[in-house]
Write a protein that binds this ligand. Sequence first.
Ligand SMILES: [Zn+2]
Length: 421
Amino acid sequence: MLTTHRSPRLTDNQDGIPTSASSAADNVYLGYPKPVRLRRQMRLSTEIAPRSAAVLRSPPGVRRNLYGGLLTMHAPRTYNRRSFLKTSTATLAAAPFALPGSLSAQVVDGLADDPTLNTLVPTAIGGPAPQGADTLTLRWLGCANHEIAFRDQVILLDAWYDRGPRNRPLGFGPDDVQRADVIINGHAHFDHIADIPGIARRTGATVLGAPLSTEYARSEGLSDGQVLATAGGEHLEFNGFTVDAILAHHSLLPREVLDKLAPALAADMSPLSEQEQQQQAEIRARGLSDPRIITEGTIAYLFTFDNGFRLLYRNSAGPITDPERQAATDLGGVDLAIIAYQGHPVAESQIAVTLPLVQLYQPGIYLPTHHDTIAGTFTDIATEPLFMAIRDALPETRSISPLYRTPVVVDMPSGTFMVGV
Ligand SMILES: [Zn+2]
């Protein structure tokens, strides 16, 4: 099936600046690629509860959250993707909700006991680091911001924490960030880069980004030695992991949709005060609106950890580029992908952009990103329609949409993960 969408006028989705590429007007820019190879058709899933005594130190079903309150919780959910592949269909058919034999109790116990599982405090702002050498803890921090904590290192993906009026608060601000080792920027629009220079100045973190992004960071006071420009094609080595930069493409949204959406959103809320307008304008100035961001300034990043675990980050949902297609062909799938689900208010229109990207990278675990409100520009997008489309197209992929700051704790060698508080 081929779905296409033609737009008479295209624009950048953040700031309403029309793209300079006049040829884009007639480009067919949304479409399903050829169906990807599916390793195995298997739709059964399983879910287990970890040993409650190990996880819940409060009475069963009740857990103390870090902000002092008691939170009624279900036990964390544990998944293991690779064990599905190792377990025969017959076994699963006979006992579809049984614990697959290859899912190690040791791994589950390790995850359940991990100090990051039971806290909403990111490692960057003083929370614990994951315990196991092969444990990775991932947190969504609004928009396309994420934190990866790994072996006492903090990697931030984008940083826009001071989000201004009418945006849902994250529970912390940029000044709360105490530590970061590496900051990765997907592109230089304000909603991805605004707080990177300040955090990097304070923490000494190395900043990776497209040349436009690193130029912006330097203009905000970072030294040449603190930034690494990645135009796509670079392979960079860090402590325990490598990063491959892949030239991606920013999202393209029909101008007429955005022009009609903005007043509709404004009509559904009380007007911004003068002070709020000023605050919003100041925040939106912390980044670039250079039209080259669309084609040259948007980078996808592939992390490969030394245990073989691969994580893909793509912070804008635009067309698939040739370098991405090449990289994905070489990879044959990643373990975890964070791919933007953002922009179109109609789910089917956005699925037509995001699903092909998910199909391209064939992740074991998929996390959407950028699907929350940016006041006056975007509204929250429900993730269920996308997740159902992914379930149909990629039955091996587990889609999860954790809340702000909720830990996703992954045992990288086995692919087992647990979603915490
Ligand atoms: Zn953008």
